[in-house]
Design a protein around this ligand. Structure first.
Ligand code: 8ID
Ligand code: ZN
Length: 348
């Protein structure tokens, strides 16, 4: 396979700076890495946070963002035994971890202190050729639809793991905030496949329509509801047993401490900057509610989340645009106008 020396990428030199569509060198894989010819990459809201630099964790600079990359292995380092040239592979947020700390050993690799993050501390999938640690790279079966599977590599894994973290049982209610966005639209489908009843919370008719089509039994528009807590409690006959927060909003979390059912679990996934959880302690205790954080997923969560996709239980609601359109995608995302997920075609 002939690998070019230069390639197209979107790069920024400083957080919030110009998103430059330009040619950069193709990276060389390290001994434990594969080089993937990225065909499609999803655009996650995390990529927008990384570009803006609004989290209390510094990004690499200059940086190539992106961590939902699906493509073909074109080269591999000397130590790689689990991928062959020509295999399909996926770039995930968790590019690498130490594999021997307490957290890696117990399957919590995302909590590893040495975690390497695609599109954040390691150049990601907004380039035509990207490197990934072979142990962590996602396995994708031949003939998979690479545009469709791209969003599974972060959004899918993350919401699947969050639903497991909620410990909600089949037949129970789960509320999903940000239900019409990238993570939320997949969360509805994983929840349905896991036997849960879903109420979606988001804004506007296009998102309401999608949320309903994906199998949610109820929708509350957070921009229109006069009493959101009451509306959610009524729609779920006493409050949801679990809440998965895909919204990028502190207020959504505060409200959920009021509407979650007694003994229920709130799972924090969305990462608004400078935000805090506010839960009134008396009710928190008397209702015995749980609030947990959930951060992407392990290699096992990855394989399981992809298996749901391969069995046709979840599909991505994507709009495909070219790599050079990334700045426009960020503008729409900032305004909350994206229904589902945008996927970049790296050939354009
Ligand atoms: O591992 C993790 N925890 C993880 C993994 C991947 C992504 C966390 N994230 C984080 C991202 O960094 C981001 O903060 O999850 C958040 C959502 O990512 P996304 O799904 O990629 O974003 P989106 O497509 O823009 O969807 C967000 C939705 O939230 C709605 C918006 O209308 C949009 O549809 N929303 C907002 I903003 N405020 C809301 C509110 N108050 C709300 N929905 C309900 N109530
Ligand atoms: Zn992501």
């Amino acid at each position: 396979m002939s690998i070019p020396k230069i390639q197209k990428a979107i790069v920024f030199d400083k957080n919030g700076g110009e998103l430059q569509y330009k040619e950069i060198p193709v990276p060389q894989p390290e001994p434990n890495e594969i080089l993937i010819n990225v065909k499609y990459s999803g655009v996650c809201h995390t990529d927008l946070h990384a570009w803006k630099g609004d989290w209390p964790l510094a990004t690499k600079l200059p940086l190539v963002g992106g961590h939902e990359g699906a493509g073909v292995v074109v080269a591999k380092g000397a130590n790689v035994t689990n991928f062959e040239i020509g295999d399909y592979a996926g770039i995930k947020w968790l590019n690498a971890s130490c594999l021997h700390c307490e957290f890696c050993l117990k399957g919590a690799e995302s909590n590893c202190k040495e975690a390497v993050l695609s599109g954040y501390t390691h150049d990601g999938s907004f380039q035509q050729y990207a490197t990934a640690n072979a142990i962590h790279a996602a396995k994708i079966k031949p003939h998979a639809d690479l545009a469709q599977i791209a969003p599974i590599l972060c959004a899918g894994i993350t919401v699947y793991k969050a639903l497991k973290t909620s410990e909600a049982k089949p037949g129970e209610w789960v509320a999903i905030t940000g239900a019409g966005g990238g993570l939320g639209s997949l969360a509805i489908q994983y929840a349905r496949a896991m036997g849960l009843r879903v109420i979606g919370i988001d804004a506007g008719e296009p998102k309401k329509k999608l949320v309903g089509e994906l199998g949610a039994e109820g929708f509350v528009d957070f921009t229109k509801s006069a009493d959101l807590v009451k509306d959610v409690v009524t729609a779920t006959n006493g409050g949801p047993h679990a809440v998965i927060h895909c919204a990028v909003a502190e207020k959504a979390v505060t409200q959920s401490t009021e509407y979650v059912r007694s003994t229920g679990t709130i799972v924090l996934v969305g990462l608004p900057h400078d935000a805090y959880v506010k839960s009134e302690i008396f009710s928190h205790v008397v209702k015995s509610i749980n609030i947990k954080g959930s951060y992407v997923g392990s290699r096992l969560d990855t394989a399981e989340a992809i298996d749901f996709f391969e069995r046709g239980l979840v599909k991505s609601n994507i709009k495909i645009v070219g790599l050079s359109d990334l700045p426009k995608v960020y503008q729409l995302m900032e305004k909350g106008e994206i229904v589902g997920r945008y996927v970049l075609d790296l050939s354009k």
